[in-house]
Structures are given as C-alpha cells and as structure tokens.
Design a binder for this molecule. Structure first.
Ligand code: HEM
Length: 149
C-alpha cells in the first residue's frame, strides 16, 4: 500500500535525523532549565519566566520533535522491513530509544511539579540528568549508521 514511500527514502531519513536533533536538543536543554529553576524563589519573577520557557520548550519543540522522529523512524522500518532479517542493531536501537522516551516522560512530569512550585530532587541531580540523552545518542547513532550487527 505504501510502496511509493521507498522513492522518498532519503528525504524520510533526512527528516528523521533533523527531528531527532531537535528532540535531543530539547531534552538536553530542559534539565538545564531545571538547574536554574531549582534555586528560583516560587512565585518570583525568575520562577514565572522559567515556567513559561519550560512549557514552550515542551509543547513547541520537545513533544512535536519526538512525534515526527517516531513517525519517520517507523516509516523507515516499514520501507526497509525486508532488509533487517537477522540484524540486531534496530531492536537494540529501539530499546535505547524507549529509554529516551521514558526520560522524555520524566522531564514532562518534573516540569509539572516545578510549575506548581515544587522543587523535586537536587540541583546536582539535574546537572547529571543532563548527560542521559547525550550518552544514549552516542550509542543510538553508532547503531543506526554503522549497523554493526
Ligand atoms: C523514535 C523511534 C525511532 C525509530 C523507529 C528509528 C528507526 C530508524 C531506522 C529504521 C533507520 C534506518 C534508516 C536507513 O538507514 O535506511 C534510522 C536511521 C537513523 N536513526 Fe533512527 N529511529 C528512531 C529514533 C532515533 C533516535 C532517537 C535517534 C538518535 C538519537 C536516531 C538516529 C538515527 C540516525 C542518525 C539514522 C541515520 C542512519 C544512516 O543514515 O545511516 N533515530 N532510524
């Protein structure tokens, strides 16, 4: 039914990579905002500014980018489905991607807590949490480009 898609393979892969970059950029930036927000006095000017920035980052970039990365990724799976045979790079990649989606959900939940004036965890925790998408991206991109096994 969707065989015409194979003619747009390179475009779909390009859009996939573009929106993966937007998604990762937002997931690297959100914990950084939490680091600043942690020390902001609830109800103060900085608190209000960061609430707006975090909400916009999630709704305008992080959520839409994840959805487009997912749809283009699944389209790539569909178009190339005959080629994966015994390969393991894609199942392992998708396993790491689901960890990223769990992390996305965690950031979204944490944003809601900051928006109601709570200050969950510690400043140091968000500095470390910042590394999670970076480390996962290294492994995911190597799997996707090299297709090692
Ligand atoms: C959301 C679920 C995802 C699915 C279902 C998915 C699926 C795929 C598939 C099937 C390909 C192979 C396309 C090809 O080479 O023909 C691909 C390419 C790629 N994916 Fe994903 N992907 C997803 C998320 C991600 C994420 C989160 C990253 C990075 C953090 C990523 C990075 C890449 C890269 C860099 C390529 C290009 C590889 C190349 O051109 O050789 N993908 N993806």
């Amino acid at each position: 039914m969707f065989d015409f898609l194979s003619g747009y393979m390179e475009w779909i892969r390009a859009v996939h990579i573009i929106f993966v970059i937007f998604w990762m950029a937002a997931m690297l930036y959100m914990p950084r905002l939490f680091v600043y927000h942690y020390n902001a006095k609830p109800g103060g000017e900085l608190d209000e500014t960061l609430k707006i920035q975090e909400a916009k980052l999630l709704r305008i970039i992080m959520n839409p980018a994840m959805i487009v990365a997912f749809i283009t990724g699944l389209t790539l799976v569909y178009v190339r489905h005959g080629e994966f045979g015994e390969t393991w790079w894609l199942p392992i990649k998708l396993g790491l991607v689901f960890i990223l989606m769990g992390y996305h959900g965690y950031l979204s939940k944490t944003r809601k807590l900051f928006a109601i004036g709570e200050r969950p965890r510690t400043e140091r925790f968000y500095r470390l949490a910042n590394e999670v998408p970076a480390i996962l991206t290294v492994f995911i991109v190597i799997l996707a480009v090299i297709e090692p096994f």
